[in-house]
Design a protein around this ligand. Structure first.
Ligand SMILES: *Cc1c(COP(=O)(O)O)cnc(C)c1O
Length: 424
């Protein structure tokens, strides 16, 4: 059988798609790291200064967590062998879930937490299962409908969760601007759906600003909606104990569904959903991605538990204080003439350059200067807002941040001049 030279439709379509991505400067490239995730990373044999990971506390390569991973593997083996509801639910998962729920107990009454393989999976599961609570009402033809209100700049995993929930439940979807909540309030006022969800990032992942959670909660309460907050970039970073955005704003409500991820500040992998125990029981019963995925290796849960204790303890507190010092230096010392500096007070500090070409050019020049800061382009960010997404880690020194500031000021002038001459 000889087939290697026979063209077929999918190959031709793939070629067309890739050509189109190249033409619009939207083709993405994988880069292979040759060392652990840290503030200096070896890539293609060169040591780069990385300001691009979400390892905000610098835990991804922490000796205590490396030891915990080895200990977890010794104790529990390397695989879970099955989904949670078959035989994959280990005491390591259970211990972690109890501790994760404890982090939110001041903020959510009767909180229970469930551990997931990834944040993407947690979001898809939570949104589809919680929107699905309204399906019975629809069947009974009571007060028709399910409505989902989703922040425009939400992470892709929330967007996909909302789309899947809408396809499964016939929910109507409404987008809102998280900086203009009067409009959200009006939309809800005019909505007669019996079951309503409001879905938002806690810290917006490409801008670094915080969702106005207290105001969103007031709106959710006024209109009997559930509020889902994806705090992927807040858990570990915000609050005295690193418990995230609800701790930061001192918010308390049992209509909040809190989602934290564990591969960013926690430095390991996975995610958790935390909400009132009745809602969580429905997630276990109806959350298809949870039910039909093999449980994360218990050794990972064991490692995350060790990370949680670091996050809450003195070391976590000291690391958050250092991060805040880096952010303060950034705001005090960075001066740019053309690129807009964000007012973000989190370790996510975007510099919005606009065109894909400008962002790519800046990223390339940073690479030549020994920095790893990729250009973030659509569809990750809105058209025309391509950017450098700079992130800080507690492992960065104040000196390293000052050197980056100097480099950026130099590169801004170069990129600005070259983009000016090109457009003439
Ligand atoms: C990274 C991220 C996720 C996905 O979490 P993973 O554990 O990486 O799958 C979800 N939401 C937001 C806002 C994120 O930034």
């Amino acid at each position: 059988m000889k087939s290697s030279t026979t063209p077929f439709t999918a190959l031709a379509l793939a070629q067309q798609q890739l050509d189109a991505l190249d033409a619009s400067l939207l083709r993405r490239r994988l880069k292979q790291t040759q060392s652990a995730c840290d503030v200096e990373v070896k890539v293609a044999g060169r040591l780069l200064k990385a300001f691009c990971s979400n390892d905000y506390l610098g835990f991804a390569n922490h000796p205590r967590l490396i030891a915990a991973m080895a200990e977890g593997a010794e104790r529990y083996g390397v695989g879970s062998g099955a989904s949670h509801l078959i035989s994959g639910h280990s005491v390591a998962h259970d211990l972690l879930e109890t501790e994760l729920a404890r982090t939110q107990q001041k903020h959510i009454d009767d909180a229970r937490a469930l551990f997931f393989c990834t944040g993407y999976l947690a979001n898809i599961t939570a949104i589809t299962a919680l929107a699905g609570l309204g399906v019975g009402l629809q069947a009974a033809k009571q007060n028709a409908g399910i409505s989902i209100y989703s922040a425009k700049l939400n992470h892709a995993s929330l967007i996909d969760g909302v789309k899947l929930a809408a396809a499964q439940t016939k929910a109507s979807v409404h987008l809102f601007d998280h900086t203009k909540l009067a409009a959200l309030n009006e939309m809800l006022q005019a909505d007669s759906a019996a079951h309503k969800l409001i879905v938002t990032d806690g810290v917006f992942s490409m801008d670094g600003d915080l969702a106005p959670v207290a105001d969103l909660l007031a709106i959710a309460e006024a209109h009997d909606a559930l509020l889902i907050v994806d705090d992927a970039h807040g858990f570990g970073v915000l609050g005295k104990y690193g418990h995230g955005i609800l701790e930061h704003f001192q918010i308390q409500s049992n209509r909040i569904v809190y989602i934290g991820t564990l591969g960013k500040a926690a430095g390991v992998s996975g995610a958790f959903v935390c909400a009132h125990k009745l809602l969580m029981e429905c997630l276990i019963q109806k959350g298809r991605p949870y039910i039909y995925s093999t449980a994360t290796p218990p050794a990972i849960a064991h490692t995350v538990l060790a990370s949680l204790h670091l996050i809450e303890g003195e070391e976590g507190q000291a690391r958050r204080a250092h991060l805040n010092q880096l952010i303060a230096i950034w705001h005090q010392e960075l001066q740019l003439d053309h690129w807009q500096i964000s007012s973000s007070m989190t370790p996510i500090q975007p510099l919005v350059l606009g065109s894909n070409a400008a962002a790519l050019s800046a990223s390339k020049q940073l690479d030549e200067a020994g920095y790893w800061i990729p250009a973030i382009r659509p569809p990750t960010v809105p058209e025309g807002s391509a950017r450098l997404r700079i992130t800080f880690s507690a492992n960065h020194s104040t000196q390293a941040v000052r050197e980056l500031i100097a480099e950026l000021q130099k590169i801004e002038a170069l990129v600005y001049i070259s983009s000016e001459t090109k457009s003439v």
